[in-house]
Design a protein around this ligand. Structure first.
Ligand SMILES: *[C@@H]1O[C@H](CO)[C@@H](O)[C@H](O)[C@H]1NC(C)=O
Length: 373
């Protein structure tokens, strides 16, 4: 199905009572209680330590450690220099699945190289905590890089997800360059499957192509900012589309998702992009949004604190100024609910107890704890 420009605008005005800046306030019947914990400078991601303290990245390059019980916040030193600007800076922070044994923390960032050109890098280091509420990253090693650098400052994506004890999934955006997503000579516009030391595991679908193609699990991806597994072990991904066409995809080994050849959206200058149904060889999204929600992160909720949400995808939206809940049924998915939060929402993670932790975007963005009302 194709949305004409005028239909897109009609839809926009019909739904954006919820989405226009300045018109949104958190609704009274919010499905959770919101506890603000602390403010940050452009927070991007968070990771929950076994002692329930929380690491928060700030895009400008600081890694912070906050104790939610006191809101006291301290620095973690040893973060590498980052290229801050546009969408770039310090990005993801994730704990190794065996963090309790090895103290390994993984981060991603736009890496400076002495020129305007930059690309995403992924590094790991040991987190050594001190007795003053802070700590340091020690023994930092860069494990992976985007294979081509550009002066454009967008679509790094660089989310990280672990499965099992040692498999690492990395989202690598198209760096606003379009065609690299269809080209296996680079690792942009792809979902990658690596080992926890950055090496390439056995069994990746394009290994025979050699080079960075061996890292690739799926391709034809634009700006993938969230990935998570469901309880059946299926990998779901959310990505920002162009003007219209944000996608929620079920990721298949070796799958090609069609960017930039097909999209339910159009280019920003209005130039049409053929829809998915014109090219059935590309895997279409299970859900898509016209107009966009601007998905910045996503989890599949696996807790029981919010029992109605178990198995649902919970997406943080930037332009949609809230959370979007998507129900998955078999291999179909549909938007079930929008929860206005009154701000661009950057990141969501589930705590071990089923509590939801979210970060607002931008200057003064807060870490919020979401619990049942
Ligand atoms: C994962 O690590 C845990 C803890 O070290 C270990 O008990 C378990 O056997 C490991 N699982 C696999 C599949 O290696």
């Amino acid at each position: 199905m194709r949305f004409s420009i005028s239909t897109t605008y009609a839809l926009a005005s019909a739904t954006a009572a919820l989405a226009a800046p300045g018109q949104v306030s958190p609704r009274q019947d919010a499905p959770f209680q919101i506890t603000p914990i602390a403010n940050f400078a452009e927070p991007w991601s968070l990771a929950i330590l076994p002692d329930e303290r929380i690491l928060v990245t700030e895009k400008g390059g600081r890694l912070r450690l906050v104790d939610p019980s006191t809101s006291s916040t301290n620095d973690i030193t040893g973060v590498p220099a980052v290229q801050y600007g546009g969408q770039g800076g310090l990005g993801e922070v994730v704990l190794h699945p065996l963090f309790a044994e090895n103290s390994l923390v993984y981060i991603s960032y736009a890496e400076p190289n002495g020129s305007p050109q930059t690309g995403a890098a992924l590094a790991r280091a040991r987190l050594v905590l001190d007795s003053n509420g802070g700590g340091a990253l020690e023994g930092l090693e860069v494990l992976w890089r985007q294979s081509v650098t550009y002066s454009a400052q967008g679509h790094f994506s660089h989310r990280i997800l672990f499965s099992g004890n040692s498999t690492m999934w990395v989202t690598s955006g198209d760096r606003q360059q379009f065609d690299p997503a269809q080209d296996l000579s680079n690792n942009l516009g792809k979902i990658l499957r690596l080992n926890d030391d950055g090496s390439v595991p056995e069994g990746n679908p394009f290994a025979a192509e050699g080079g960075v193609a061996a890292q690739v699990w799926a391709m034809g991806i634009r700006n993938p900012l969230g990935i998570d597994f469901d309880d059946q072990g299926r990998l779901w991904e959310i990505e920002m589309g162009p003007m219209g066409g944000d996608e929620f995809n079920l990721i298949q080994e070796g799958g090609n998702y069609g960017w930039p050849i097909v999209s339910q959206g159009d280019h920003y200058d209005g130039e049409p992009i053929p829809d998915h149904d014109t090219r059935p060889e590309f895997i279409p999204p299970k859900a898509y949004w016209v107009p966009v929600i601007s998905p910045a992160s996503m989890i599949i909720y696996k807790g029981d604190l919010f029992p109605d949400w178990t198995g649902n995808a919970i997406i943080t939206g930037l332009t949609s100024l809230g959370l979007v809940r998507v129900e998955i049924s078999g291999d179909t998915a549909r938007e079930a609910e929008r929860i206005p939060m009154g701000r661009r929402m950057r990141c969501i993670r589930q705590g071990p107890d089923g509590v939801l932790w979210v970060l607002e975007d931008g200057s003064g963005g807060r870490l919020l704890k979401l619990t049942p009302p």
